[in-house]
Design a protein around this ligand. Sequence first.
Ligand SMILES: Nc1ncnc2c1ncn2[C@@H]1O[C@H](COP(=O)(O)OP(=O)(O)OP(=O)(O)O)[C@@H](O)[C@H]1O
Length: 232
Amino acid sequence: MLEINNFNNFILKEVSFSLKSDENLVILGENGAGKSTLAKVLCGLISSSKVKLFNEDLNNLSELKRAKYINYIPPKFSIFDEYITLKEFLELSCIQSVNNKKIEELIKLLNLKKLQNRSCMDLSSGEKQLLLLASSILHNANITIFDELTANLDISRLKEVFEILNSDLLKQKIVITHNLDLAYALKFKVLFLKEGKIEFFGFHEEFFSNEVLKKFYNNSILKVNNHLVVNL
Ligand SMILES: Nc1ncnc2c1ncn2[C@@H]1O[C@H](COP(=O)(O)OP(=O)(O)OP(=O)(O)O)[C@@H](O)[C@H]1O
């Protein structure tokens, strides 16, 4: 259970919503709408007294408990140690004991075997995003927030990531994305932010109706025969 109650700062305005433990969420909105800021508030990177996780104030949680409850995966991979390898990064992603069997399974699942001894710094943007996904599965938080996880992925990798987000490998998921095809396919609940305000919070079916799409995207996107079509 995640709750935010009337949060305000210079970017977000009167933000309130709650998610039950079995609900996943997609966060949509224009560039600069406040999506990453909201993610940082929800996971405590921006401090606030307005967030509750599993009925406990986020502010009062120990660092370990907070890490178990929520994990924020940023849009860009950054690391200070330029020598650390992909496999070592995964070992560090286990919050308590290192689970080598699971690391091997994930390396196989995400086809990262030939990269496992490469320095993380040398990975391509898409490979870094797959590493972040593998890392989040090892971390295994109750809630994982992905901020533009799929931005640099080719179509076949996007499909693999979709399958993982659509599976039970991770518990509760919050996905920030500009990829409406992904948002549509995931069928998660939808939150649409505009200039820091929640303009829509509700079910997938309602958001992806032509009426609501027209309201938020003018005529640039349409649903035709149950497919989204971009009108460039
Ligand atoms: N630390 C900061 N100081 C000042 N302004 C900030 C700061 N962080 C974000 N902003 C501004 O707040 C607004 C919202 O930023 P945010 O990164 O949350 O948007 P976003 O919806 O995630 O955008 P995008 O889709 O482009 O990633 C932007 O106008 C941004 O420039």
